[in-house]
Design a protein around this ligand. Structure first.
Ligand code: DQA
Length: 254
């Protein structure tokens, strides 16, 4: 598997790295959370811009992103999660892509999340714009209702690879142990046949095991919480870290 660099963080094989999301509504909340998150020292911080009330004021976003990059000892991932995929704020498709282009052109982060299920031409152009700035792209897809069959999940991850994602991410909602196995099997299959790093998870309590088992099945990053979670089933980041250490393969030789 190729490894990918996001700032000074390398995502590839081995123990999964830990990401934590900023979900503040306003500048004060975001800065306060950033201090709390920095104290926990995750490997990556995601700013979930759909939670931020002034997201369409690009100057405000840009100034705050600059502050965050000073406060945080970790690389910064920018994500606007659309409502179709579990985000909190409505935004038209046109506005979504305008926002992503502004974030990219102003070089506000170390990586950007782009939802693969939005308009295909726009997705392709936005990936190209990011790559022109040498900005790694996480192509993502979230199913908050159900767990699609294994073949569909592998096809989704393959499509992301074909569209030149640097990292491919899928999140699903399981309703049974079998659904959790579907996500894990798809992850394992895709990791064997695709060259790029994958991030996968099943959400909710049923899916918690998938947030811990990335080294075994092939997910390079896991989202934990500090205070409030950005998706159901996230484990507090500090607990996550010690559980990942316990589960590390071949730990005695590392
Ligand atoms: O894609 C993801 C994963 C996630 O949905 C989770 O389930 O942990 C949390 C989101 O903030 C992030 O953008």
């Amino acid at each position: 598997m190729k490894s990918v660099k996001i700032g000074n963080l390398t995502l590839g094989s081995g123990k999964p790295k830990i990401a934590v999301s900023l979900t503040g509504k306003n500048q004060n909340e975001v800065l306060q959370q950033a201090q709390q998150i920095a104290a926990v020292r995750p490997d990556l911080v995601e700013w979930r811009l759909d939670y931020f009330q002034d997201v369409l004021e690009i100057t405000t976003v840009s100034q705050l992103a600059a502050k965050l990059r000073q406060i945080l000892p970790t690389p910064l991932l920018l994500t606007f999660r659309t409502q179709a995929e579990g985000g909190v704020r409505p935004l038209s498709t046109a506005q979504y892509f305008i926002l992503l282009r502004q974030l990219i052109d102003q070089q506000l982060s170390d990586a950007i999340d782009i939802e693969v299920a939005r308009s295909r031409q726009n997705v392709i152009e936005t990936i190209q714009a990011a790559h022109q700035q040498n900005l790694p792209v996480i192509l993502s897809n979230h199913d908050f209702q159900a767990t699609p069959p294994e073949a569909k999940l592998v096809a989704r991850l393959t499509l992301m690879n074909d569209l030149q994602a640097d990292i491919a991410k899928v999140a699903v909602m399981p309703h049974s142990a079998a659904d959790v196995l579907t996500l894990l099997t798809a992850t394992h299959m895709a990791t064997e046949c695709l060259p790029l790093p994958l991030i996968t998870m099943a959400m909710g309590d049923l899916g918690k095991i998938t947030r811990l088992s990335g080294e075994l099945f092939g997910s390079v990053l896991t989202f934990g919480s500090v205070g409030s979670a950005s998706a159901p089933g996230q484990i507090p980041a500090q607990t996550l870290r010690s559980l990942l250490n316990e589960l590390q393969l071949d730990a005695q030789n590392k």
